[in-house]
Write a protein that binds this ligand. Structure first.
Ligand SMILES: *Cc1c(COP(=O)(O)O)cnc(C)c1O
Length: 406
């Protein structure tokens, strides 16, 4: 018998229950879908077999045999936990190897690995600036950048999405202020799949002496030579001061990292709060990531398959008549493929209906995206077969017609 819990009647958190009721009334309340087997292109959520268009497992590395082997071997050799934060006693040889590996891969002096991409962004932005300083941030930048900016207490200036002229206007306004200026953009924007104007923002930073930072979470393993990211894609490695990446998406495991000069990384070792106050990765995770970077070099055909699947899927969606961005929202330039619906409730109903037909594609509504721009977000991977993609298109089309979306 499992223990039963009675609904709480304590009034202390009643405001939370009221907000949940509000979400239910708007039709945007969700339950967590539970994955019952491996993260794969076809898998089981909540007891149903589905074609999976919802994961960030771009290259199928979440369950690659070589990565599994690396994780198991590291567990057998070093155990399951690191036992301390990095600065006390929790820096294992394998953590250093991973950082050296990433720095060499990216062609930079040094790298520091954090527990997640979120921690990397929030920990870095908050520690390299203070309250005299300024942050210029794209309006669609990731939540972890926004949180880091707030924690830094620097003055935050938000520029219109990818609007380099607007960013320059803001820089001009504060040109004579004594504080440092940081310009920050996502390399790939996670909701629309468009690419940040990295090279033009680098020009601005050079012109105004600002620090240039790029968050490459969705570009790591996807863009650039062998998946080196958007900064490499634009040939800007020497002009970006702070490069953030994630180990949680295409790399298939968990973690985030910052690449840059030796002094930047040394500084973060001393000052970044998630690094100082939260325990380092289990050795299995570090070993998995090391093996994943080897694979980016040795199996580039995964990245090629990712892009050819993406081109095919997006072409077919357009032919079917779906709005996949480019009109009222930016056009996707990457495997992230939004299908614009607009209304939040209708989007969530569509997502549920797709699931019942065997397709896992997440509905995303306000506040994750602006009101009126709710969408189904599909993410292609290298592991989807042509047959699976065709079946997904078939389910999307028939369900959309039934719900009068097409
Ligand atoms: C996913 C994501 C992150 C967070 O990465 P995690 O490793 O999952 O914490 C940060 N920035 C962007 C742009 C992301 O898409």
């Amino acid at each position: 018998m499992s223990p039963t819990s009675t609904p709480s009647t304590r009034p202390q958190l009643a405001h939370l229950s009221a907000q949940l009721d509000d979400l239910r009334a708007r039709g945007t309340y969700f339950r967590l879908r539970v994955l019952e087997d491996e993260q794969a292109s076809v898998c089981h959520y909540d007891g149903r077999e589905v074609i999976n268009l919802a994961s960030n497992n771009y290259l199928g590395l979440c369950n690659h045999p070589k990565l599994r082997e690396a994780a198991i071997a590291a567990t057998e050799k070093y155990g399951v936990g690191s036992g301390a934060v990095r600065t006390i006693a929790g820096t294992m040889r394998i953590h250093m190897e991973l950082e050296e590996k990433i720095a060499a891969f990216k062609g930079v002096e040094a790298c520091v690995v954090f527990q997640s991409g979120f921690a990397a962004n929030a920990g870095t932005v908050s520690s390299i600036l203070g309250k005299e300083d300024f942050i210029l941030s794209d309006e669609l930048n990731h939540a972890s950048i926004i949180d880091g900016a707030r924690l830094s207490r620097a003055k935050i200036k938000v520029f219109r999405h990818k609007d380099v002229a607007h960013a320059e206007e803001l820089l001009k306004e504060i040109q004579n202020e004594p504080g440092r200026k940081l310009v920050i953009t996502d390399g790939v924007f996670s909701m629309d799949g468009d690419i940040g104007p990295v090279a033009q923002l680098c020009d601005l930073c050079d012109k105004y002496g600002a620090i240039m930072m790029v968050d490459d979470a969705h570009a790591s393993g996807v863009l650039g030579r062998n998946g080196r990211g958007s900064v490499d894609h634009f040939g800007c490695t020497q002009r970006v001061d702070v490069q953030v990446g994630t180990l949680s998406k295409a790399i298939g495991a968990l973690g985030g990292y910052v690449c840059g000069s030796r002094d930047l990384i040394d500084y973060l070792y001393h000052r970044a709060r998630p690094f100082l106050f939260s325990t380092s990765h289990p050795p299995s995770v570090a070993a998995t990531c090391i093996a994943a970077f080897d694979l980016l070099e040795s199996e580039p055909e995964r990245i090629e398959r990712l892009w050819s699947n993406t081109r095919y899927f997006q072409e077919q969606l357009k032919i079917a008549g779906f709005d996949i961005g480019g009109k009222t929202t930016p056009a996707s330039e990457t495997p992230i493929t939004p299908i614009l619906i607009g209304d939040g409730r209708k989007t969530m109903d569509f997502s549920r209906a797709l699931f019942e037909q065997g397709l896992m594609a997440t509905g995303i509504a306000f506040p994750t995206v602006p009101e009126g721009k709710a969408r189904i977000r599909c993410i292609m991977t290298s592991e989807h077969t042509r047959q699976q993609i065709d079946q997904a298109l078939e389910i999307l089309t028939t369900t959309a017609k039934r719900l009068e979306i097409l």
